[in-house]
Design a protein around this ligand. Structure first.
Ligand code: PLP
Length: 458
């Protein structure tokens, strides 16, 4: 008999989670103003709000923490991570930050000014937020295939080189300080970018004279897809692929809470010493001295170990196959999900799930609320709420895709949990026509409203 696939780790420590009743969930959801971010975590049975900072650290990461050096300057922890970053990504200099958006804040303080244009592939919300906060604008150059959830393209995160070139033709180069390539492309479904594409983006950046930075939160999952989908890479190790991938970039911002499997942390990697020096000033102002930047020494140690483990094929195979397992179940139940399944999450196509609900009624958020009520499962809206208002007109922006993201934390849930999620979603799908109305906004913040918005049923 062929041996079935099995996880490449065993469990050493567990955490109790509690089921609740539908009545309890109705009450809690109302009290949370239909915003899943407002729920207490103890009210959630399976938490798929994010895969960010929610992973389970390994025994080796916990032991590395004991050796953390808490010196203010020049700690051994800083130097350990410096070596790992140099070996893995090829960058000589780095700045630690407390998380990914802090890395963006520091980098963009040095790089982006009012009136600038930053092209990329579906910039993540904090990236876009930091750019727009500086009165600069993003231009999304993601390939069109990414906006059709039914097309199965191996590298749906790719940038469309024609769209990118249009940006260079339209705007003066002094206004385009950087191209941001997000791997995997979270906003358009955790979809990977191919090596060929990133190489071409770098060539175009060199032709016009600008930089490429990689928003690297899920770089290892991206490398896994390159290994398993792109010709010529099947025999390379993940670490070799990562090294080549980052050789096409001038630097990286990293939210270490994802593929480095730590609960908090981030950094910026640089090939340009001058830019590193410029950013150091902002790092000291916003984060902390250049050798700790908002992180404790023990957390830096766990991060260095996590980067090594997170780029091992066996771990990545276990990880991506679990997401695929859930995707296969949902396909079996005919639930409309973004194809193919991405690296870290399932994205449910809420417009196809509830075709009868108007876009003004926050369709994906409505689905998120219904899934919580059904099974105590918490996902997150990646749709109109997240897209925010247009900074100039203050009108709602209606994105091409209206998705409910079910992000799978790393090394946390079993496939029994995946079966539970699939069954709960299937139950909501069966009663979809009974859900006649969506939600309306009561109050919202001027930027990144999805975190704090208060809503009510229509
Ligand atoms: C692609 C991407 N970039 C940046 C960030 C921001 O990172 P952090 O949450 O650590 O601030 C995230 C977080 O989810 C992300 O997914």
């Amino acid at each position: 008999m062929k041996l079935p696939f099995a996880e490449s780790y065993k469990i050493k420590m567990v955490e109790t989670i509690r089921r609740s009743t539908r009545n309890e969930r109705e009450k809690w959801m109302k009290e949370a103003y239909y915003n899943l971010f407002n729920l207490r975590s103890e009210y959630v049975f399976i938490d798929l709000l994010t895969d960010s900072g929610t992973g389970a650290m390994s025994d080796k990461q916990w032991s590395a923490m004991m050796l953390g050096d808490e010196s203010y300057a020049g700690s051994s922890s800083y130097l350990i991570l410096k070596d790992v970053i140099k070996n893995l990504f090829g960058f000589n200099d780095y700045l630690p930050t407390h998380q990914g958006r802090a890395a963006e804040n520091v980098l963009f303080s040095a790089l982006v000014k009012a009136g600038d244009i930053v092209p990329g592939n579906s910039h993540f919300d904090t990236t876009k937020g930091h750019i727009e906060f500086r009165n600069a604008r993003t231009i999304d150059c993601t390939i069109d295939e990414a906006f059709d959830t039914t097309i199965s393209h191996p590298f749906k995160g790719n940038l469309d080189l024609n769209k990118l070139e249009e940006v260079f033709k339209k705007y003066p180069i002094e206004k385009i300080p950087v191209i941001i390539v997000t791997i995997t492309n979270n906003t358009s479904g955790g979809q990977p970018v191919s090596m060929e594409n990133i190489k071409a983006v770098k060539a175009m950046a060199e032709k016009y004279g600008t930089k490429v930075f990689i928003d690297s939160a899920r770089f290892a999952e991206n490398a896994y897809f390159i290994k398993t989908r792109e010709k010529g890479y099947e025999h390379k190790t993940i670490k070799e692929i990562v090294k080549e991938l980052f050789s096409y970039a001038d630097g990286m911002t990293m939210s270490s809470k994802k593929d480095a499997i730590v609960n908090m942390g981030g950094f910026i990697g640089f090939s340009d010493r001058k830019l590193y020096e410029k950013c150091s000033v902002f790092n000291i102002m916003f984060e902390g001295f250049v050798t700790y930047g908002g992180m404790s020494g023990r957390d830096i140690n766990a991060l260095a170990q996590g980067l090594d483990e997170g780029t091992e094929f066996e771990y990545l195979e276990t990880r991506v196959k679990q997401v695929e397992y859930l995707g296969d179940k949902l396909n079996e139940y005919n639930i409309p999900i973004l194809q193919p399944t991405g690296g870290h999450a399932i994205f449910v196509d809420a417009k196809k799930f509830f075709p009868h609900l108007p876009k003004e009624e926050y369709v994906a958020q409505t689905l998120g609320v219904e899934l919580y009520l059904e099974g105590g499962i918490r996902g997150v809206e990646v749709g109109t709420l997240l897209a925010d208002r247009d900074p100039d007109t203050r009108e709602n922006r209606y994105p091409k895709l209206e998705l409910l993201r079910l992000a799978i934390p790393r090394r946390v849930y079993t496939n029994n949990h995946m079966d539970y999620i699939a069954a709960a979603l299937s139950n909501v799908y069966e009663r979809r026509n009974d859900i006649k109305h969506g939600l309306k906004i009561l109050t919202e913040a001027p930027i990144m409203r999805h975190f704090t918005v208060e809503m009510d049923r229509i």
